[in-house]
Design a protein around this ligand. Structure first.
Ligand code: ADP
Ligand code: MG
Ligand code: MG
Length: 247
C-alpha cells in the first residue's frame, strides 16, 4: 500500500493558480527528493499537503495510508503521522526547545507527555545526532542560526515518529553544517524507522552528496515534469532546468 498518493493536485493562493495537476506517489520507506527552480511551487506543495489554510486545494486528491485526507486539518494529519517541520512564528519566542517539543509530541500522541519523558527522549536523540545538550534549553527564535533551526526540525522529526516526513529546505543559504545536520538526521531517523517515508524538497542538489534518494522529481510550473533515480539530479547539475522549462 502507498504511504502518500497525490493525484492531479491543483492549488491556489491569493487567487493565483500555483499547482496545476501535480502527481506523486511515495511508498513506505522511500526517500523522495523534489527539486526545481524558485517559484516552481515546491513549498506550496508542502503547505497544501499539511493543509495550511492559505493554500486552497481546488482539484485533485491527497491520500495518506489509503485514506482521503485532502480536506483534513493540519492537526488531524499530524496525529495520523504526517509531519512538516513546523516553521515557528515569532510569537512563541520564550518557549524552550524542550517545551516546544513536549507540546508537539503531546499533540501527535493525543496524551499529555511528561516533561521528564520528553527530556529523556530528547537527550537520547541529541546524543545520537551529536548535538550539544545545552541546545534543549535554548529558546526558540533566540537568534537561531540556519543550522540551529535545522537541528530543531530534525529533533521534531525524530521525536514525533511520523510515518511521512516532509522537509522543505527553503533556506538557500544553508551552510555545509546545516546541510549535514539534515542529511545525517534523516539517515539516522530512517535507520530507526525504516518504514518512514521522506519527501525532501530542495532548491539545490548539494544535499544529494550526503543522502541517496530512491527517487528524484523535477517540479516546474506547478507540476512534476520528470521523475527518475538519483542520476537525474546529476543530469540536472550539468544541464540546468532549461530543457524542461521549454516544454
Ligand atoms: P518554490 O518553493 O518552488 O520556490 P513556492 O511554492 O514558494 O515555490 O511559490 C510558487 C509560486 O506561488 C510563486 O510565484 C509564489 O510567488 C506564489 N505563491 C506562493 N505562496 C503564495 C501565497 N501565499 N500567496 C500568493 N502567491 C503565493
Ligand atoms: Mg521559493
Ligand atoms: Mg520553496
Amino acid at each position: 500500500e502507498m504511504l502518500l498518493e497525490v493525484e492531479n493536485l491543483h492549488v491556489e493562493a491569493d487567487g493565483a493558480k500555483i499547482l496545476k495537476g501535480l502527481d506523486l506517489k511515495i511508498a513506505p520507506g522511500e526517500l523522495h527528493v523534489i527539486m526545481g527552480p524558485n517559484g516552481a511551487g515546491k513549498s506550496t506543495l508542502a503547505n497544501a499537503l499539511m493543509s495550511n489554510p492559505a493554500y486552497a486545494i481546488t482539484e485533485g486528491t491527497v491520500r495518506f495510508k489509503g485514506e482521503d485526507v485532502t480536506l483534513w486539518t493540519p492537526d488531524t494529519k499530524a496525529k495520523a503521522g504526517m509531519f512538516l517541520a513546523f516553521q515557528y512564528p515569532e510569537e512563541i519566542s520564550g518557549v524552550s526547545v524542550v517545551q516546544f517539543l513536549r507540546q508537539a509530541i503531546s499533540a501527535r500522541k493525543g496524551i499529555d507527555v511528561s516533561a521528564l519523558e520528553v527530556r529523556f527522549a530528547l537527550m537520547e536523540w541529541m546524543d545520537r545526532l551529536g548535538m550539544d545538550p545545552v541546545f534543549a534549553e535554548r529558546h526558540l527564535n533566540a537568534g537561531f542560526s540556519g543550522g540551529e533551526k535545522k537541528r530543531n526540525e530534525i529533533l521534531q522529526m525524530a521525536l514525533l515518529e511520523p510515518d511521512l516526513a516532509l522537509l522543505d529546505e527553503t533556506d538557500s543559504g544553508l551552510d555545509i553544517d546545516a546541510l549535514r545536520t539534515v542529511a545525517d538526521g534523516v539517515a539516522e531517523v530512517r535507520g530507526e524507522r525504516p518504514e518512514m517515508g521522506v519527501l525532501l524538497i530542495t532548491h539545490y542538489n548539494r544535499i544529494l552528496s550526503y543522502l541517496e534518494p530512491d527517487f528524484v522529481h523535477i517540479a516546474i510550473g506547478g507540476k512534476i515534469v520528470e521523475s527518475g533515480k538519483a542520476d537525474l539530479a546529476l543530469a540536472l547539475e550539468r544541464s540546468g532546468y532549461e530543457k524542461w522549462r521549454t516544454n
